[in-house]
Design a protein around this ligand. Structure first.
Ligand SMILES: Cc1ncc(COP(=O)(O)O)c(C=O)c1O
Length: 362
């Protein structure tokens, strides 16, 4: 059994993938070409935003949104303490200060703590839809001052919804990663910004392409973070399958949740109220993690850790924050274990994961 099986996915998408890539090769239009544009239009429609700007990767998309919104030195941005390093890296890279806030028992930003951390310097909050759990961004926005931007980090949440709305359309702008292992993944690095703010989208597009929209209209000092046309072509083919993959992930998650609900020695992932999880990862919490992982490994069930350290524990934050303020994130980082979830899993493999967890003696 594989934790992630990109070979399976590639096989299941032929010949469409090969044809889409061959068309890019034939065009020799390799960067920001027609395939990128077509994907941008399709992804904006999928998410329910007016604009999508393809960029080089998810981290750049966060950074470019912040820069396009004018967030920089002297500004504070609220970031959950349990996420991938990129969320706070992006804030630091634009010269602003990440303000780390502990997560709730659902492992996403605690809204009360986030709002209590807002100061007159706060320019934005970055709710992270961690593991695919959709944060209720609209509820958070309704409680925050209107000038505090909501920037969704949706890197792990393709296809997740809240009250029927896709993540990526809930805040002022959203960041997506299409890293190969993501639920919607490219064949290399790629990312996107979605927003319904036309001015923000245009500024982001300029920043990502040397400050220009055309060939030589360099209006500002931008950078180079564009989506390769090959990635646009691959993502366009995969997007047509995203809903069925997410549906399969939900069906597997339902089986896990039902099978393990009586186990008092593990913490199951939280279920969003009024929303649909994207189930990029299925993350349990257990006390003696390595023993549990060995038990699964011995039965042929691979596992992962997302993430072994919370943000306050990372070298570039350590010493700048008081770790005592993040009890839930720090406890989670010590106890999280990701078990296989994905459209590649057969029913027999799902059954093996279930039985192996049930047969563990804590
Ligand atoms: C929550 C989160 N934010 C941001 C990123 C950054 O995306 P990328 O790896 O495409 O730069 C990731 C990628 O793993 C992520 O999981």
């Amino acid at each position: 059994m594989k934790f992630l099986d990109l070979q399976w996915q590639q096989g299941s998408l032929q010949p469409a993938l090969g044809e889409a890539m061959a068309a890019v090769l034939a065009s020799c239009d390799f960067i920001n070409g027609a395939a990128t544009r077509e994907f941008e239009v399709a992804y904006a429609a999928y998410v329910g935003s007016t604009h999508c700007v393809g960029v080089g990767n998810g981290t750049d998309s966060l950074e470019i949104i912040l820069e396009a919104a004018g967030v920089g030195p002297g500004d504070e941005v609220i970031v959950p303490a349990m996420t991938f390093a990129a969320t706070s890296e992006a804030v630091l890279r634009v010269g602003a200060s990440p303000v780390l806030v502990d997560v709730g028992s659902d492992l996403v930003l605690d809204p009360a703590l986030a709002l209590a951390s807002v100061t007159e310097r706060t320019r934005a909050i970055i709710p992270v839809h961690l593991y695919g759990f959709p944060v209720d961004v609209e509820a958070l926005a309704s409680m925050a001052a209107p000038d505090v931007l909501m920037i969704e980090d949706a890197a792990q949440a393709h296809g997740a919804t809240i009250r029927g709305r896709m993540v990526g359309s809930l805040g002022h702008a959203a960041s997506f990663s299409f890293y190969p292992g993501k639920t919607l993944g490219a064949f290399g690095d790629a990312g996107a910004i979605t927003t319904s703010d036309a001015a923000l989208a245009e500024r982001a597009r300029r920043i990502a392409n040397h400050g220009r929209l055309g060939k030589f209209d360099h209006e500002l000092a931008g950078r180079n973070s564009r989506m390769d046309s090959l990635q646009g072509a691959v993502l366009g083919v995969k997007l047509a399958h995203l809903d069925s993959w997410v549906a399969r992930r939900r069906a597997i998650a339902d089986r896990y949740l039902e099978a393990w609900k009586g186990l008092d020695w593990l913490t199951l992932p939280a279920i969003p109220a009024g929303g649909q999880h994207g189930w990029h990862l299925f993350v349990l919490r257990v006390d003696v993690r390595e023993r549990f992982r060995s038990h699964l490994h011995d039965a042929g069930v691979p596992t992962g850790i997302h993430y072994p350290e919370s943000l306050p524990e990372l070298a570039f934050h350590r010493g700048t924050v008081d770790e005592a303020a993040y009890p839930i994130a720090i406890d989670a980082a010590a106890r999280v274990v990701s078990v296989p979830i994905g459209e590649h899993l057969t029913d027999d493999e799902v059954a093996l994961v279930i039985e192996t967890v049930l047969s563990y003696a804590p």
